[in-house]
Design a protein around this ligand. Structure first.
Ligand code: DC
Length: 347
């Protein structure tokens, strides 16, 4: 038997908000602790005295917890304590399995027990030129999450090799060069800056030769292992939207929300051509398309964590969609996956 604690703050003292917060909290506890509903013995809620429009136990019954003992109590008032807070204690059988409880503290209640704070990760994967960056940045802005562009990290490695004249196809040389490369990212208002050996190189990373170099170094296992550590560390202790090629499959396999963004290659080439025209750069459609094809081939065929849709990723095929439609679709997916805690209900 284990006892699991949790807490969440409720935005407004309304029946809907109380029930939806209770549902979100309980669902997360059940998911994180791999609980079987029939093995839940009891659920005890407490609410601060500014929440009085519904009994949260109703939400437990809606989730199918009908056999367990349910109870709702008033939390004792302590001066200066967190307002509109719903607390819960779940007792559950785990059979012969011995495992520790994963306590869950959400929203403002995360401040009560930072070590048990629940953070959400949105993984956005897809091929080059599909608009992952635009989508991930907009989502991060809309959700108030940190935006992480992992492609920029591979670009920084490619940029370093170009600058130091290191052969991009000699994996041993590139691997040796990694030791002299310190990479970190900073996030300023949903804008990611990449620091290479302490110097901000962000503005140098979008050049076509860097794009090409990045997809070559991305095939080298030692590069991927080094960046994997940086990427996971960046995700720790933050709500994040992380974009790349292997986020849902390898970097964050337990991400709460996984989106695989795709589009036909001709459409991707058309978009790239338009972006370049908007920046006043003349380009050739056939050449852009060929370049995308090369990068697709390298990204999908490499041995080490190739670009692939994770089994549990939701596909958005944006070939015939506007940017706004893609963002709305993604916010709908996030709404569904977080039980309404984040995102917007898809209309
Ligand atoms: O998304 P982007 O074009 O900035 O990515 C640059 C290159 O880095 C791309 O060719 C593939 C590689 N990449 C990767 O292999 N894995 C990631 N998670 C992100 C990017």
């Amino acid at each position: 038997m284990i006892a699991i604690r949790g807490a969440i703050t409720v935005d407004d003292n309304t029946r809907e908000e109380i029930l939806s917060s209770a549902r979100i909290l309980l669902s997360e506890i059940i998911k994180s602790n791999r609980l079987e509903i029939r093995r839940i013995v009891s659920v005890i809620f407490s609410a601060t005295n500014d929440l009085n429009r519904a009994y949260p136990a109703e939400a437990a019954r809606e989730l199918g917890i009908t056999e367990a003992g349910l109870m709702c109590l008033g939390e004792m008032y302590v001066e200066g304590s967190l307002p509109k807070c719903l607390r819960v204690m779940v007792l559950a059988e785990t059979g012969n399995e011995r495992r520790g409880a994963r306590h869950i503290y959400m929203k403002e209640a995360a401040r009560l027990r930072p070590e048990y704070a629940k953070f959400f990760a949105v993984a956005v994967d897809g091929p080059a030129g599909v608009g992952k960056g635009t989508l991930a940045k907009k989502l991060a802005e809309a959700l108030g999450f940190i935006y992480v562009d992992t492609g920029a990290m591979y670009r920084a490695v490619g940029y370093f090799c170009l600058k130091e004249n290191i052969s991009l196809t000699d994996s041993k040389l590139v691997e040796n060069a990694l030791a002299g490369m310190s990479l970190s990212v900073e996030n300023r208002n949903s804008i990611q800056r990449v620091l290479l050996n302490g110097v901000d190189v962000t503005d140098e990373l979008r050049a076509p030769e860097v794009s090409d170099a990045s997809s070559k170094v991305a095939a080298i296992p030692a590069v991927r292992e080094k960046l994997l550590i940086t990427q996971r560390k960046t995700a720790e202790g933050n709500n994040i939207v992380m974009e790349g090629r292997d986020i849902g499959t390898r970097v964050l396999p337990d991400a709460d929300i996984k989106i695989y963004l795709d589009a036909d290659i001709d459409e991707r080439a058309r978009r790239r051509l338009k972006d370049m025209a908007d920046m006043g750069v003349r380009a050739n459609f056939a050449e852009i398309r060929r370049n995308l094809e090369d990068r697709d081939r390298r990204d999908t065929l490499r041995e080490h964590s190739p670009l692939k849709r994770a089994d549990d990723a939701v596909l958005i095929d944006s070939t015939h969609m506007s940017t706004l439609q893609v963002i709305e679709a993604a916010l709908g997916i996030i709404y569904d996956k977080t039980g309404g805690l984040y995102g917007i209900r898809d209309s």
